[in-house]
Design a binder for this molecule. Structure first.
Ligand code: GDP
Ligand code: MG
Length: 177
């Protein structure tokens, strides 16, 4: 087989989880297409985007799933979680309530998927410095207590967006290889 065929060997399903309006869809659009939507509205139907990621010289396909706004009604179905090997658990650093709800999202993830889904806690909207309601320390502490990776991102100014996805994919790859 050719080098190109070998890249087909790795396809990781990764899910975006968290309260409505924390920036899940914009993290994905920033990562996959380098686009940001200042006034994004939730779309209809479950969607995913496939993105190629290079990890230690290997090309990996990350199939990244985004909710279609059903998280507003806590109605994310088990099909959404099925087969996921990675998760980005997102809150908004400018809305403490979205951080408080992380526990519920963790329970939901653990109910619907494998216990060993590689999960990163993502504090998004780090650009909103004056509106910050969740300290970096709080985020780190929760991540440590729950055994999650941790990062703060901004889909608006792009900071750490690639790093968040790379961390999850890299760790899944480490576990499998
Ligand atoms: P979702 O419901 O979790 O998918 O959130 P969206 O991606 O639709 O984003 C909700 C709102 O937050 C939109 O108005 C976005 O423009 C805005 N938003 C998303 N990410 C960021 C960010 O990193 N910084 C700022 N300032 N706004 C953001
Ligand atoms: Mg969305």
């Amino acid at each position: 087989y050719t080098e190109e065929d070998r890249t087909e060997d790795y396809l990781f399903k990764i899910v975006l989880i968290g309260d409505s309006a924390v920036g899940k869809s914009n993290l994905l659009s920033r990562f996959a297409r380098d686009e940001f939507y200042p006034n994004s509205k939730s779309t209809i139907g479950v969607e995913f985007q496939t993105q190629k990621i290079k990890i230690s010289g290997k090309e990996i396909k990350a199939q990244i799933w985004d909710t279609a706004g059903q998280e507003r009604f806590r109605a994310v179905t088990s099909a959404y979680y099925r087969g996921a090997v990675g998760a980005l658990m997102v809150y908004d650093i400018s809305r403490h309530e979205t951080f408080e709800n992380i526990g519920r999202w963790l329970n939901e993830l653990r109910t619907h998927s494998d216990m060993n889904v590689v999960t990163i806690l993502v504090g998004n909207k780090s650009d909103l410095k004056d509106a910050r309601e969740v300290t970096t320390g709080e985020g780190k502490e929760l991540a440590e207590a729950e055994g999650l990776f941790f990062i703060e991102t901004s889909a608006l100014d792009s900071s750490n967006v690639s790093a968040a996805f790379q961390t999850v994919v890299g760790e899944i790859y480490n576990i499998l290889s």
